[in-house]
Design a protein around this ligand. Sequence first.
Ligand code: FMN
Length: 123
Amino acid sequence: MGSYLDGVVVAGDRRGRKLGSPTANLRIGADVGLADGVYVGTVELEDGTRHSAAVSVGRRPHYYEAGERLVEAYLLDFDGDLYGQKIRVEIGTLVRGQRSFESEEELVEQIASDVEAVRALHG
Ligand SMILES: Cc1cc2nc3c(=O)[nH]c(=O)nc-3n(C[C@H](O)[C@H](O)[C@H](O)COP(=O)(O)O)c2cc1C
């Protein structure tokens, strides 16, 4: 089995909705044995439903030089408020590393292609 992370969804910068990819954010320590990057993932909600997700692990280098380390999950088929929910994020294949971009538009384009990669890998 792959690795997973349990946690309570915390508020982020609320930028994700504007970018078109709202994320459920969990705080994680630096000691979690998981490299920064973008992963294929699955998120299990409190009601037991499971959702394919593009999962970003890291410190958002496009915005911060040394940001807080977060796990951010963009659920592909879900639209709703997850703040305060206890969720499980299952981590699958690594898609790429974290990076910064020339512009926010380029980050948005990259996230769109990450989502396509996640859909393809989930089948
Ligand atoms: C699939 C995916 C890939 C991401 N890749 C990066 C990245 O390479 N660099 C980066 O700085 N942030 C990356 N992010 C994080 C976004 O910057 C972050 O979700 C966005 O700024 C919204 O932040 P907020 O949830 O605090 O509002 C990624 C997010 C997702 C969902």
